[in-house]
Write a protein that binds this ligand. Structure first.
Ligand code: EPZ
Length: 433
């Protein structure tokens, strides 16, 4: 088992290059199976979720070839429809995008229900299934699998009004609709940057999608997607994570390869907290010299403050002057990580989807256990800001969504190393309670 050992308590200085967006990549790779020829995807992040999804495509007969660590050629011309097994699906929530992609390409899909981060609550997919049924698809869930079959063997265009703003449902329905017979209109659609990226990828392969990034997306179904090349947008959440690290630790870093517009919601809050942010072309110069100030945050669908930045900003607010309140309006129990922060000396009270954080002078290093992707990233931030040494376990969560986190933290002067521990030793510690 790998652990990260972090020695904190110093400001951060240096430069970081942001990788391709995880939540775009994990949708674009399934979308690639809809293309009946070779497609080249650039700026792909080197993260475990990407490796897992490429493996699922290969199991279905796709040819996958890396031109370099960040550019892959996928050829699904000989892909056959097949079951996506539980062993793969349970390890990556985004495996549910195989449903929309297989339905679009073959008019049928057989995919194990997803796993992914556990926020303590349920993570339903009822809106995905509602959309598929509107497209003329018979959907059953049997012994942990979603079995879907389009009437007449092809998805039919339809009008769909989502009951809830859902990134996953918006993307999944868009995938199935791209090769449907007729026009599909998705209303109350999510507007995240990665949704626009998936639509742009599909259009670059020959699809006809309009309105992505607004709450009404129109998809005119086409008969086939021929192929092409596409470059994934930079990761807004990775960039925000390193901004929160500077907010917590102090110092000055340049964050390169970002799309400034995507950062607006995060930059606005950081500025309120006393972080200086200067936009220079496709980079941000982020510094915090004076004291960090408290603020209140309510997470919202894009363009609001992203829920995927909630744990990271909470990490910084633990060290702010005054009391801050965070309300997560997207996930109703995404504060499990706060128990780990309290072990470092943080003062936090949680009540359902609300956390009250009373800033403290300092945090102290501790043994920490990541419980999901963004919680693990937030623990890296508290460990870098804390006095002394912290050990973070379950780092596989972090590596699902952050490329080369050790190299990037070292490039801004953070002290971090990975240590291998034998499983039994880890169990022993666990038994010690
Ligand atoms: C995506 O999850 C992201 N994951 C999540 O990021 C992110 O937190 C979330 O969008 C919100 O931005 C990926 O893109 C792989 P939703 P998703 O459908 O699609 C409810 C990360 O850290 N809902 O937008 O699963 C749901 O319970 C991950 O990168 C339904 O009720 O989220 C939630 O309350 C964690 N029925 C809200 O909608 C549905 O059918 C938003 O969920 C679908 C969702």
């Amino acid at each position: 088992m790998t652990k990260y050992i972090v020695e904190g308590g110093r400001p951060l200085f240096g430069e970081i290059h942001i990788s391709g967006a995880k939540n775009a990549a994990v949708a674009i790779i399934p979308a690639a199976l809809m293309v009946s020829g070779p497609c080249r995807i650039e700026n792909i992040p080197q993260i475990s979720d990407v490796a897992l999804l490429l493996g699922i495509l290969q199991d279905l007969g796709a040819k996958v070839r890396f031109m370099n660590p960040h550019a892959v050629e996928i050829d699904c011309s000989r892909l056959r429809n097949g079951r996506v097994p539980y062993e793969s699906a349970r390890r990556c929530r985004a495996s549910y995008y195989m449903l929309g992609a297989l339905l679009g390409r073959f008019g049928a899909a057989d995919v194990a229900l997803p796993g992914g981060c556990d926020f303590g609550g349920t993570r339903p997919i009822d809106q995905h299934l509602k959309g598929f049924r509107a497209l003329g698809v018979q959907v059953d869930t049997q012994s942990g699998f979603v079995i879907a079959e389009a009437a007449g063997g092809r998805v039919k265009g339809a009008n769909i009004f989502l009951d809830k703003v859902s990134v996953g449902a918006t993307i999944n329905i868009m995938l199935a609709a791209a090769l449907a017979d007729g026009m599909t209109v998705i209303e109350n659609a999510a507007k995240e940057p990665h949704i626009v990226d998936v639509a742009n990828f599909l259009n670059s392969m020959g699809a006809n999608i309009m309105g992505a990034g607004t709450d009404v997306i129109k998809v005119r179904g086409v008969d086939c997607l021929s192929g092409g090349s596409y470059s994934i947008i930079p990761d807004q959440i990775e960039a925000g994570t390193y901004m929160a690290a500077v907010a917590a630790c102090g110092g000055e870093i340049r964050i390169c390869n970002i799309i400034p517009k995507h950062m607006d919601c995060i930059s606005a809050k950081m500025t309120e907290m006393g972080v200086d942010i200067e936009e220079i072309d496709d980079s941000l110069l982020v510094s915090r010299i004076g004291p960090l100030q408290r603020t209140n945050i309510k997470t919202m669908p894009y363009p609001g403050f992203p829920t995927d930045m909630q744990p990271q900003i909470a990490a910084a607010l633990c060290l702010a002057n005054g009391t801050s309140v965070i309300t997560d309006s997207v996930w109703n129990s995404r504060f499990r990580y706060t128990d780990e922060f309290k072990r470092m000396g943080a003062q936090i009270q949680v009540n359902g989807n609300l956390a009250i954080i009373e800033g403290v002078e300092r945090l102290s290093g501790a043994q920490l256990e990541a419980c999901d992707l963004r919680a693990g990233a937030a623990m890296l931030i508290t460990a870098l800001a804390a006095q002394g040494i912290s050990e973070i376990s379950n780092v596989q969560y972090i590596e699902r969504g952050y490329e080369d986190v050790i190299g990037k933290i070292r490039s801004i002067g953070g002290s971090i190393r990975a240590l291998e521990f034998p499983e039994e030793e880890q169990l022993a510690v666990g038994n010690a309670g």
